[in-house]
Every structure is written in structure tokens, then in C-alpha cells.
Design a protein around this ligand. Structure first.
Ligand code: PL3
Ligand code: FE2
Ligand code: FE2
Length: 251
């Protein structure tokens, strides 16, 4: 083929590919306006929730290490990642000119935070791992996966890096619970019954602000359920047990 013709063919192929990509993924064409007051107002709360969530995740892994001292090194690694996430999301807010509403975020986590602290004091490791490494991480994974589709380019890049780490954190909890399932199943079920409804409430509470960021509530729930159920399956629970656990979200 002549070089000129070759270039024309390649250009045509390339532009066809673009058109196809755009028609497959219309979402990417329809990003929200990141500069409006309503976007920034919603972002001031969501950004704070994420920053507070990352800080609490850090603190929780450090606390969990006091219950499994031989895992100190691994848990310190996870905790360090959480501080990096916090820094990343702080930069996302700054980049949009938003001041995070940290008071709101503290309140948002207060119930779950309280339950974690009580479990920690009692030495209930299974409950601590369920709250942090399963429920909070699955919540973060669902939120970040949905956010990546509608984020500004700066935040998208940061969130893509973060979500990879969150799967590692979910995996950490999963592997510990899998290895200890015979002795921790009852506590796992009980802790789930108490704390999954809190996650559901938190999701409901954030839904309106999330929708201003073009994040859909149903999509958030779907992503959460995928991460949550997948993990319970990997831990070694059967279908009936998983269904029973998931049901705690709707009663
Ligand atoms: C664990 O590593 C971090 C826990 C953070 C929990 C975050 C939950 C987020 C819910 C709000 C959804 C908005 C996502 C947008 C990101 C700027
Ligand atoms: Fe994190
Ligand atoms: Fe995490």
C-alpha cells in the first residue's frame, strides 16, 4: 500500500474507533459542570466524608494491629495507604476550590465509629474487621467506582489509584475471616446485622449530594452489593448465609 493511502486508512480507522467508543460510553460525554455553586456545595460534604473516611480507616487499621500484634507490619502498610488516600482527596477538593465540611463528615461516621470503638475495647476482632475491612472498604469501592465515571480529570486519576488499594484492604479482611471462619461465623453474622443497616443509612444520607455529582444511587447500591457479596462468597459463606446477611440491609 502507498504510504499516503496507508495514512488515510489509518486515520479513518482511528476516527471510526473514536465514534464507536463514544457511542458505547455516552456517560463520558455527559460530565457535570464542576464549577457551579451547587456542585461545589455538594462536593464540600462528599469530599469531607471521603477525607474523614480515609483518616478513620487509617486509625482503625492501627487499632486492629493492637488486636493482632503479629500483623503489625502489614496493617501499618494498609494504614499508610489510607493517609495517602486522604492526601489525594484533599488535593481533589483544593483543585476545585472547595472547603470540606469536616464537622458534617464526623457526624456522618459517628455511629459506625462508636460501634468500632466498643468492639475494639471488647477485643472483638471479627467485628472490627467486618466494620473496617469489609463494610467500609466495600462502601468506598462502590463510591469510588461510580465516581471515577463522572469525576473531573484530576480527581479521576487520583481515585483510580485509590480504588486499587481499597481492593487490597477488602482482601485483607476477607483472607483473615476466611482462615478463621469456623470460630468467627457467629460474631460475623451478629456484627453484620448491627452494622450493615448503618451503611445503608449512610448511603441514603449521601444520595442527594451524590446525585448532584452525577452519581446514581442505584448504581452505588449495585456496586456495593457486588463487592460485599463477592467477599462473603470468598470468605466461604454459602448462598443462603449471604442472602441472610444481605437481607439485614432491608429490614
Ligand atoms: C477506606 O479506605 C476509605 C473509606 C471512605 C468511605 C467513603 C464513602 C464515600 C461515600 C460518598 C461517595 C462519594 C465519592 C466521591 C469521592 C470524592
Ligand atoms: Fe482508603
Ligand atoms: Fe481502605
Amino acid at each position: 500500500m502507498h504510504n499516503e493511502l496507508k495514512i488515510t486508512v489509518m486515520q479513518t480507522l482511528e476516527s471510526n474507533k473514536k465514534t464507536i467508543e463514544e457511542s458505547i460510553n455516552p456517560i463520558s460525554l455527559d460530565l457535570p459542570d464542576f464549577t457551579t455553586d451547587s456542585y461545589k456545595d455538594a462536593y464540600s460534604r462528599i469530599n469531607a466524608i471521603v477525607i474523614e473516611g480515609e483518616q478513620e480507616a487509617h486509625d482503625n487499621y492501627i487499632s486492629i494491629a493492637t488486636l493482632i500484634p503479629n500483623e503489625l507490619e502489614e496493617l501499618t502498610k494498609l494504614a499508610r495507604m489510607e493517609m495517602k488516600h486522604k492526601k489525594g482527596f484533599t488535593a481533589c477538593g483544593r483543585n476545585l476550590g472547595v472547603v470540606a465540611d469536616m464537622e458534617f463528615a464526623k457526624k456522618f461516621f459517628s455511629k459506625l465509629h462508636g460501634n468500632f470503638q466498643v468492639a475494639l475495647e471488647k477485643g472483638n476482632l471479627t467485628t472490627c474487621l467486618l466494620i473496617q475491612a469489609i463494610l467500609i472498604e466495600a462502601f468506598a469501592i462502590s463510591a469510588y467506582n461510580v465516581y471515577i465515571r463522572v469525576a473531573d480529570p484530576f480527581a479521576k486519576k487520583i481515585t483510580e489509584g485509590v480504588v486499587k488499594d481499597e481492593y487490597l484492604h477488602l482482601n485483607y479482611g476477607q483472607e483473615w475471616l476466611k482462615e478463621n471462619l469456623s470460630t468467627c461465623k457467629e460474631e460475623l453474622m451478629e456484627a453484620n446485622k448491627v452494622n450493615l443497616p448503618l451503611i445503608k443509612k449512610m448511603l441514603d444520607e449521601v444520595a442527594d449530594d451524590a446525585s448532584v455529582l452525577a452519581m446514581d444511587r442505584e448504581e452505588l447500591m449495585e456496586e456495593f452489593m457486588i463487592a460485599y457479596q463477592d467477599t462473603l462468597m470468598e470468605i466461604g459463606l454459602d448462598n443462603r448465609e449471604i442472602a441472610r446477611m444481605a437481607m439485614a440491609a432491608i429490614v
